[in-house]
Design a binder for this molecule. Structure first.
Ligand SMILES: Nc1ncnc2c1ncn2[C@@H]1O[C@H](COP(=O)(O)OP(=O)(O)OP(=O)(O)O)[C@@H](O)[C@H]1O
Ligand SMILES: [Mg+2]
Length: 287
């Protein structure tokens, strides 16, 4: 092929390929300028974002938003494909809160099942790159602990049993947490890998003794298992005085749904509990 034909073929190929490649993420909505400053109309831009939009960050990275996963007060979360999601601040004012998530991640993930985030792929002050949480196949949607505490789940049905059993497992794994940053029941969700902390800030507190408040103790989640008279929270943790000594009581794993006969408020299940002193120096409750 002569040089002329070769150039023509190359030009045609580039002209054909370029719009296709660029078209996958064009036009992009600029959320941050190259020096990291948020757009002057950042808040309204973020409010208008939806699936199919492309967003441009200060690094020059363009990200296509594949699905809108949620967002309430301070953030919006979008699926970006391949089981990954990005979380961005809803307003300029909320940007520091987004940074707190990155800063508090390593600590919280060592204490409780937590949404996986990828700090190296995140851009501090702009977005967090994280796993897309997948609903459990029997439930079909993510359920917040706040939602579970309300009355949508009749206690005699499989979803309730499943969520309750898994909540006990979660609470047992997270028993070291006395308080996590921005703690609240809307920050914990049921997913295909059980209950996980999905949202938090910095400033987690580790329990130092059995006198410390524990998030899943019934005082903190008074409505947990409201449908069963609060008995479920009793299954999660209890703190009692035994022989003048304060003890943390953690139930053994629930073996079958029968165990949830406690839903009928029969407390004889307590007979099956393991009681131990809360000694945080030793691994009392192996994971
Ligand atoms: N990684 C994720 N994968 C799938 N869905 C998610 C993910 N993170 C959050 N969500 C969904 O988005 C909703 C809001 O998320 P999140 O709690 O992080 O934001 P927020 O409520 O705006 O923050 P804040 O608690 O500060 O008000 C959640 O209730 C959940 O349904
Ligand atoms: Mg939240």
């Amino acid at each position: 092929m002569s040089g002329w034909w070769l150039r023509l073929a190359l030009f045609s190929f580039v002209a054909w390929v370029r719009p296709v490649a660029a078209g996958t993420c064009n036009p992009a909505i600029t959320l941050f300028s190259t020096d990291g400053t948020p757009a002057h109309n950042y808040d309204s831009l973020v409010e208008s974002l939806g699936a199919g939009n492309c967003v441009l960050f200060s690094s020059g990275k363009k990200i296509k938003l594949v699905k809108d996963l949620g967002g309430k007060e301070s953030s919006r979360v979008f699926g970006v494909g391949r089981n990954r999601a990005i979380k961005i601040a809803k307003t300029k004012e909320a940007i520091p809160l987004l940074n707190e998530i990155l800063e508090g991640y390593h600590e919280i993930k060592a204490l409780a099942p937590t949404v996986a985030i990828f700090p190296d792929q995140s851009l501090s002050g702009e977005y967090i790159w994280e796993e897309e949480l997948i609903p459990h196949h029997l439930i079909g949607r993510l359920v917040g602990l706040d939602d579970f505490n309300s009355s949508h789940f009749p206690p005699n049905q499989i979803p309730f049993t499943l969520l309750a059993t898994e909540l006990v497992k979660f609470a047992r794994k997270a028993f070291r947490v006395a308080h996590f940053g921005d703690q609240g029941s809307a920050q914990i969700h049921f997913t295909n890998r059980g209950w996980v902390v999905t949202d938090y800030r910095r400033g987690h507190l580790v329990a130092k003794s059995a006198w410390d408040l524990i998030p899943f103790q019934r005082q903190y989640v008074p409505a947990t298992g409201a449908a069963c008279g609060g008995a479920l929270s009793r299954l999660i943790y209890d703190v009692s005085e035994i022989g003048g000594q304060r003890m943390l009581i953690v139930p053994d794993e629930l073996e079958t749904a029968v165990r949830l006969s406690v839903l009928e408020q029969r407390i004889e299940f307590f007979g099956g509990l393991r009681t131990r002193n809360l000694d945080l120096q030793s691994p009392l409750f192996p994971r």
